[in-house]
Design a protein around this ligand. Structure first.
Ligand SMILES: C[S@@+](CC[C@H](N)C(=O)[O-])C[C@H]1O[C@@H](n2cnc3c(N)ncnc32)[C@H](O)[C@@H]1O
Length: 299
């Protein structure tokens, strides 16, 4: 029996322990896109909050199921849960719905034929975004636009030199700007989201770039880089979490050599100063505009 799991449902939903993990946010998991059609017996999806991303994931899960296989999908009521039933019913399948622990849970036994999967999968797939002229995908951070914080950092950055890393690279917007500096010898692009890394690979074709699908917090503290650039994440599972950015700051210090520099952009209200002053020798706020601040921190 083959069972797939997407994400990390709360324990009350009794997620299968022996399932194959398919979330793009869990490094080394199996892409749901790569699972053969009608090949698995059961799928449990902890449905993501974005509408396009969620419908895409549900469609991929239904595509992967054998006829007669069971889809179990749940989401917090206020983060897409209340729309799950309607979204699943749009595939012309019968949906059972229940409520538990502030979630909605839907169960579908996959019929022989399911309507509209290809169309929904096409809308949620990796694509070139008109206007952005870059590869991206629903679910990736600021997937169809240039984030205002990234833009401020890109405009503030002086030419970088030597070897560096972009922590939380997204689809590669900031990295593209960094690589305009001829003094850059190498740039590692790291992100927790496989979709972001896959898009960045297509957007950043410079041979000095390398790509890692990884949790930045688990990178080895090499102490050898000349620079770090980062627009760090400040949400974990939908809730604001300043600890993520603080962990990125500590990791940046661990990756840099003495005299190396971190360029960081953050929402104005996020308290990163203490962490920066703790881990770095000299910290300067270089820009403060449009609700964001940019720091230069020298180790
Ligand atoms: C604020 S976004 C910035 C993205 C990109 N630099 C841009 O400007 O478009 C933060 C990025 O960090 C990634 N991220 C979140 N947690 C992470 C982690 N633990 N390790 C690595 N990347 C992470 C997110 O997927 C997201 O792409």
């Amino acid at each position: 029996m083959t069972t797939l799991l997407y994400g990390r449902p709360p324990a009350v939903f009794d997620p299968p322990g022996d399932a194959v993990q398919t979330s793009p946010l869990i490094p080394d998991s199996t892409p749901l896109e790569s699972v053969a059609e009608e090949s698995v017996d059961a799928v449990m999806v902890y449905a993501p909050p974005g509408v396009l991303e969620r419908r895409y994931t549900l469609a991929l899960a239904l595509r992967a199921l054998k006829p007669g296989g069971r889809l179990d999908a749940m989401a917090p009521k206020d983060k897409g849960g209340s729309r799950l039933k309607k979204e699943l019913a749009a595939f012309e399948v019968e949906v059972g719905e229940s409520a538990k622990a502030h979630h909605r849970r839907c169960v579908v036994i996959r019929p022989k034929s399911v309507t509209g999967l290809d169309e929904v999968i096409a809308v949620g797939a990796q694509q070139i975004v008109p206007g952005l002229e870059a590869w991206s995908q629903p679910g990736v951070f600021a997937w169809d636009r240039l984030d205002a914080g990234t833009l401020l950092l890109a405009r503030t950055l002086p030419p970088m030199k030597g070897a560096g890393i972009d922590l939380g690279c997204g689809y590669g917007a900031l990295a593209t700007v960094v690589l305009r500096s001829p003094g850059v010898t190498a740039l590692r692009l790291v992100d927790l989201d496989r979709r972001a890394v896959e898009a960045a690979r297509k957007n950043v074709t410079d041979p000095r770039a390398s790509f890692e699908w990884a949790d930045a917090r688990t990178l080895e503290d090499g102490g050898e880089l000349n620079f770090v650039v980062s627009n760090p994440p400040f949400h974990d599972g939908g809730a604001e979490d300043k600890r993520l950015g603080q962990a990125f700051i500590r990791k940046a210090a661990g990756l840099l050599k003495k005299g190396g520099v971190l360029w960081l952009v953050a929402n104005r209200h996020l308290p990163y100063e203490a962490e920066l002053n703790d881990a770095f020798k000299r910290v300067t706020m270089v820009a403060d505009a449009g609700g964001y601040k940019v720091f230069e921190a020298v180790k």
